[in-house]
Design a protein around this ligand. Structure first.
Ligand SMILES: [Mn+2]
Length: 319
């Protein structure tokens, strides 16, 4: 018996290779029983990039469907006065375009390090979605100020990994609610689609473990130092199932980057390997840049706290 897992991405041509890497990592690390079915919201991905993705069919068994993202799909809503590129709202359309009752949406900048089956089985009855708390926006997002005193700051989730209850979105016509809210409140939204999703779904969000979306912010422990699960969060950070990052940047030494590059080397996208400077030189530059920007960091207790909980490996990184 196979276990079907439906995964959705949204990409333009520039991000397509990284989406390919994400799909490759899912297939490579899936359990033998997992049957992955991919949907791609396709914002003009070139034939050349699609061919590279097709190469994965030689090694793995999976379904992949492209769903062209057409701005006409937004015609139902009043978009006349909008300055946004509507494709950033592609996420809202997922339940309209994908017939399944549940779907796992992933950003392109992720690496999957294990089977998604456990995450997939999360029970969503009564919830619009499940996601991982975003401690960065909680701290810096002025959430109460923007969304009212009743808004539960601790339930603000990152929209890079979302398990979506398609059926509930469709039944309650959430697409139109989300889009109309975004267009009406454009000035209020700092992270346009993520803010809108968090506000509109505020009463029906389920929180997932941090290991399903390990972002760079988890390496800034001062953002969640007072969290009751502080110790557990640090542990989950060490064993990510989904690592959410941009490891393809040149000279950007962050946890799990080596692993990503090793995967890239054996993928159809090996030609995109970043050409790093010699290691010592790159490190020296990074530390120098950090000290230049934070010349008195040694005087701050925060600096030593970071050292303790972050480890020297990423102490000098600015996210
Ligand atoms: Mn992302």
């Amino acid at each position: 018996m196979t276990r079907k897992i439906t995964v959705c991405f949204a990409s333009d041509d520039n991000y397509a290779p990284y989406m390919g890497m994400a799909i490759f990592s899912i297939l490579k690390n899936a359990a033998p029983k997992d049957a992955c079915c991919f949907y791609v919201l396709d914002n003009k991905i070139s034939a050349k990039n699609k061919q590279k993705l097709d190469a994965l069919h030689q090694t793995y068994d999976f379904d992949l469907t492209y769903l062209p993202l057409d701005e006409k799909l937004f015609a139902k809503c009043d978009t006349k006065h909008s300055n946004w590129t509507l494709s950033i709202f592609g996420r809202y359309l997922i339940p309209e375009l994908i017939p399944d009752d549940k779907v796992l949406y992933l950003d392109c900048d992720v690496m999957i390090r294990g089977s998604l089956w456990e995450l997939w089985q999360t029970d969503l009855s009564g919830y619009y979605l499940a996601g991982v708390p975003d401690y960065n926006v909680m701290q810096r997002g002025r959430l109460k100020e923007r969304f009212g005193e009743d808004f539960k700051v601790e339930e603000y989730v990152n929209s890079g990994v979302l398990l979506i209850n398609n059926k509930k979105w469709r039944d309650e016509n959430l697409f139109e609610t989300l889009l109309n809210y975004s267009l009406k409140n454009a000035a209020l939204l700092q992270w346009p689609d993520q803010d809108a999703i968090n506000f509109i779904c505020r009463k029906h969000k389920k929180l997932l473990l941090n290991r399903y979306n390990v972002m760079g912010y988890l390496y800034k422990p001062d953002l969640f130092l007072n969290h009751p699960r502080f110790k557990e969060i640090l542990k989950e950070r060490e064993q990510p199932v989904i690592r959410h990052f941009h490891p393809w940047k040149k000279n950007f030494f962050i946890p799990n980057r080596e692993e990503y590059l090793a995967l890239m080397r054996v993928s159809p996208w090996a030609d995109l390997m970043p050409k790093d400077d010699p290691c010592v030189w790159a490190w020296a530059k990074m530390v120098w840049r950090y000290l230049w920007r934070h010349p008195f960091c040694f005087l701050l207790p925060k600096f030593y706290k970071r050292w303790k909980y972050r480890g020297a490996a990423c102490l000098f990184l600015d996210y």
